[in-house]
Design a protein. Structure first.
Length: 623
């Protein structure tokens, strides 16, 4: 980059190109959503057979292609926009310096130097001659990027001032300043060009129609490179509020321009996807990118693990000695177990959870299931992962239920929790088909895990520890507040919200209430305790606290002996003040199961009636 090139440069051309790529990204997004939420959904409900299955596979592949195009074009658009912004700034500095130099009758030459005329008091009978100042760009005194004002460092400016005082021509100093400003503008443009050119060249895709795991991993690498290069551009944007409340997050997002929103989604999808208070469609878009990239990363890592060797080397005849040996322990198997077994299990578990999330996306339209929204996704969380998945858009729902799973919950086992939320949605929707219903699986806390077997399933010693709930409660509280803010931005009022806590999840719900969460209704099933003697101690309104205990569910009884209760009282006890709903399921885990004839169980019906506000229809246990 030189003066001549920068003078002729049109940064708007890069902005135009950025807008074109953004349009391509938006078109890809629209087509992906149309395939996933419209075409595929209708095909599942109306067509069966091998041809339909093959068509679904092709549509799934096409949807992935569109998703990949959406993400990559979004990165290219953001890159070009950032480059255009930096070049625009440099070009403006150049234009201003040249204009001011011309105003003083100086000449700006083709190489960016500045020629000034003879002027000043005569010396030895002659007017001091004019001259040409050649610019010298410089870094700031710390050796970092150029001063935004285009000024040279303190030492250089000091030397130039001394030279100007010694030069009898009064134009010498100003001309040098203009030349330096021009040189700094050229240097800024050159640095932007050098920084972005290799990044843009790397934003390439394979010349095939298959979006592989490696392709998705590459998009993450691309994003990392673009984010690093875009640091000067990002500094000019409105940064997300640090530890912002849902209301602060919402206000920040609403004040961004569409281009700024697109930039943040492209460069910081994990951050945007986790921000309470943002629209569900925004969080879903961001988290789906994180999901695809993490799935690609995990699949590649899993593929790189060598096959498990045989544990036993069978009896064989030594080819050299001719001696037969008995079965031997294979030392390679022990090494493999030490190096790979745990990680392989972690990867397979997480990938299994991701597959179930994808299956829920693919089930849209099946049995009338609405579109799904991924409101949170993280493979971390003490190694067990986090998932927030909504059936239907909660921002527009008349009735929203948030299902909080309990002990043993993890990304790897998220399928069962997704199924429970889906069943709650189906039954709630069947009661109020004209209303919009959203049911959310909320696993955004680290649930207790280790278990010992008992007759009815796992009894988990860790679940006697309230610390998991104490950490998770405030997170649930923030989510509920964020959902209310996002809903208010999309619809009138906040709708009707019910929180359903299963097992240890009910303890998390209690801690959320202690932090200020105020849903319209609270349902707990198989609760081991909410660390309170009465529901009003948690701020839960009378006639809006509901409890369920199925025959054979021993968890409430065990909970009375744990640290999760207070005064030996659990929510299903009369003293707690809950309305104890009748159940017809057996054990601790079947509150959401249907009967053998496919009809909803009474346990499921009662929960759905509360979710849609049909309180009079709820059957109460009279025992």
């Amino acid at each position: 980059m030189d003066y001549k090139t920068l003078s002729a440069l049109r940064p708007a051309d890069f902005s135009d190109a950025a807008n074109s790529y953004r349009s391509a990204s938006n078109v890809a997004q629209v087509n992906r959503e149309r395939i996933e939420r419209d075409i595929s959904a209708k095909l599942r409900t109306k067509v069966e057979g091998k041809a339909a299955t093959a068509a679904q596979a092709q549509l799934t592949a096409l949807g992935k292609n569109f998703h990949y195009i959406q993400v990559e074009c979004g990165l290219i658009s953001t890159s070009l926009h950032a480059l255009s912004t930096e070049l625009t700034t440099a070009k403006k500095k150049l234009t201003t310096a040249v204009s001011e130099a011309h105003a003083e009758k100086f000449t700006v030459n083709a190489d960016g130097s500045v020629t000034y005329p003879a002027a000043g008091e005569k010396v030895d009978g002659k007017v001091p001659a004019g001259g040409t100042a050649r610019g010298r760009s410089s870094a700031n005194s710390s050796g970092g990027p150029i001063d935004p004002g285009g000024q040279t460092n303190d030492v250089a400016k000091s030397l130039e001032r001394q030279a100007a005082r010694l030069d009898p021509n009064p134009h010498s100093g100003p001309a040098q300043e203009y030349a330096n400003r021009i040189a700094n503008a050229v240097k800024e443009a050159t640095e932007a060009d050098n920084r972005w050119a290799p990044k843009l060249r790397k934003l390439l895709a394979d010349d095939d129609l298959t979006v592989s795991n490696r392709d998705w991993v590459d998009t993450k690498k691309d994003r990392g490179g673009v984010t690093k290069a875009a640091a000067p551009y990002l500094e000019q944007l409105k940064n997300p509020p640090k530890d912002g409340s849902p209301s602060e997050n919402s206000a920040w997002w609403k004040n961004l321009t569409p281009q700024e929103r697109d930039s943040y989604i492209s460069l910081m999808p994990a951050t945007i996807g986790a921000m309470d208070g943002l629209p569900a469609v925004t969080r879903d878009e961001s988290n789906r990118v994180v999901l695809e990239q993490k799935r690609g990363q995990y699949q590649l890592e899993l593929s790189s693990i060598p096959p498990e060797p045989k544990q036993i080397i069978p009896a064989h005849k030594d080819p050299v000695t001719g001696i037969w040996t008995g079965n031997l322990r294979n030392p390679e198997w022990f090494e493999w177990r030490k190096d790979h077994a745990d990680r392989k299990a972690e990867l397979e578990s997480a990938l299994g959870g991701m597959k179930r999330i994808q299956q829920r996306f693919d089930d849209t339209g099946k049995d009338d299931l609405p579109e799904a929204y991924l409101l949170g996704f993280d493979t971390k969380g003490e190694g067990h992962g986090k998932v927030i998945l909504a059936n239907g858009n909660p921002d527009k729902a008349d009735h929203t239920a948030v299902y909080v799973p309990g002990t043993g919950s993890s990304l790897g086992g998220i399928g069962g929790d997704i199924d429970r939320a889906s069943e709650l949605w189906r039954e709630s929707n069947s009661i109020k088909p004209k209303d919009q219903v959203s049911v959310i699986t909320w696993l955004d806390y680290d649930a207790p895990q280790s278990a010992i077997p008992v007759a009815d399933g796992p009894l988990v010693p860790e679940a006697r520890d309230g610390s998991y709930a104490i950490k998770g409660g405030p997170i649930l509280d923030e989510f509920l507040k964020g959902a209310k803010v996002a809903h208010s931005n999309e619809s009138e009022g906040s709708g009707h919200t019910t929180v359903v806590g299963h097992s240890y999840g009910s303890t998390v719900v209690a801690e959320a209430a202690k932090n200020g969460a105020r849903p319209d209704d609270v349902i707990v099933a198989g609760s081991p305790g909410m660390q309170a003697k009465h529901h009003t101690d948690l701020g839960i309104k009378d006639d809006h606290m509901w409890a369920m205990v199925a025959e054979g569910d021993i968890v409430p009884s065990v909970g009375r002996l744990s640290a999760l209760q207070e005064g030996g009282i659990v929510p299903s006890d009369t003293q707690f003040g809950s309305a104890n709903m009748a159940t017809d399921t057996i054990g601790h885990s079947d509150y959401w199961k249907r009967r053998e004839d496919g009809q909803a169980s009474l346990s499921l019906q009662n929960q759905a009636r509360v979710i849609v506000g049909e309180y009079e229809e709820v059957e109460i246990n009279q025992k």
